[in-house]
Design a protein around this ligand. Structure first.
Ligand code: NAY
Length: 288
């Protein structure tokens, strides 16, 4: 499951319904144009935590139907409703997804025994593999090396999506679990994460910056750190502009200029103002 993955956006229409045509086009764009190795489906970028269980299933069904075997797929089924996670985990496993991921349960301050039971329940009930989705800045859940180790002791828990800037922890985790998969989750820190030996990266911006990310991966593999640093500078110019303008909405507008019907974000996320839309179009002209 190693490689470069786009965290897939979900195209919605103005009423917040999934735009199937747009979703299919986006899957193809990531495969054919961005040349990604994989798609991370149902993550934060997919606005997953703002949609119903049925809509999550619809996204998973459409994506695998479109992607077939053309690209690796990871299905993010995590939820603070463990029963929903298990239901979704079984659903996507039946659809043919070979790997699950689940965000650490958030909002209530679950203790580690509860978090461990959450992961073990999902892998036991689904029989599928699991990548832990750790994103402390959004969940407030911080795990240490020993806690990651307790989870990774389960052979079906095969890795971590590490979306954090704590590179000391990343280095410690890499050293402690050389045989597990570690994915970098912050696109703006791809190069330093690669230098610490991650197995791949999963990011929202790769829907539009995938080619630059690939160059960074290749330059690091060729040990051209200076070249990789220049490309990371370029990537971060784009990421900074995206973050300043409204991340997911701006990526969607950029994709629209490429003929991908990436649509709108779902409320409570608000549409871009006309001024911000114009900025997004300019970014697309400059970088796509
Ligand atoms: C997800 O589940 O979609 C992700 O976590 C992908 C990782 C992204 N995190 C979020 C919260 O969007 O790609 C990153 C991030 O957008 C990027 O690094 C810009 O900060």
């Amino acid at each position: 499951m190693k490689g470069l993955y786009s965290a897939l956006l979900t195209p919605f229409d103005k009423n917040g319904n999934i735009d199937e045509r747009g979703l299919r086009e986006l899957v193809r764009y990531n495969i054919d144009v961005m040349k990604m190795d994989g798609l991370y489906v149902g993550g934060s970028t997919g606005e997953n935590f703002m949609i119903s269980t049925d809509m999550k299933k619809e996204v998973f069904r459409i994506v695998i139907d479109e992607a077939k075997d053309d690209i690796k797929l990871i299905a993010q089924v995590g939820s603070i409703n463990l029963y929903e996670s298990v239901e979704l985990g079984k659903y996507v496993t039946d659809l043919g997804y070979k790997c699950l991921s689940a965000v650490t349960p958030f909002y209530y301050k679950f203790n580690f025994a509860e978090i461990k039971n959450y992961y073990e329940t999902i892998v036991r009930e689904t029989g599928n593999k699991m990548v832990i989705y750790s994103i402390p800045f959004l969940t407030g859940v911080n795990m240490n090396v020993a806690q990651f180790g307790e989870l990774l002791a389960n052979p079906n828990i095969i890795g971590i999506k590490f979306t954090a800037g704590d590179f000391y922890l990343l280095e410690r985790v890499r050293k402690a679990f050389p045989d597990k998969l570690i994915f970098a989750g912050f696109d703006e820190m791809l190069l330093p994460a690669l230098s610490l030996g991650v197995d791949g990266a999963i990011g929202s911006t790769y829907n539009v910056t995938g080619k630059i990310a690939r160059e960074i991966v290749d330059l690091v593999a060729a040990k051209d750190l200076e070249g990789a640093f220049k490309k990371q500078n370029l990537l971060n110019d784009i990421i900074e502009a995206l973050l300043n303008n409204g991340l997911y909405q701006t990526i969607k507008t950029m994709l629209e200029t490429q003929g991908v019907h990436a649509g709108e974000c779902r409320l409570p996320m608000l549409p871009l103002s006309e001024e911000k839309k114009a900025i997004a179009v300019e970014l697309a002209k400059k970088y796509l």
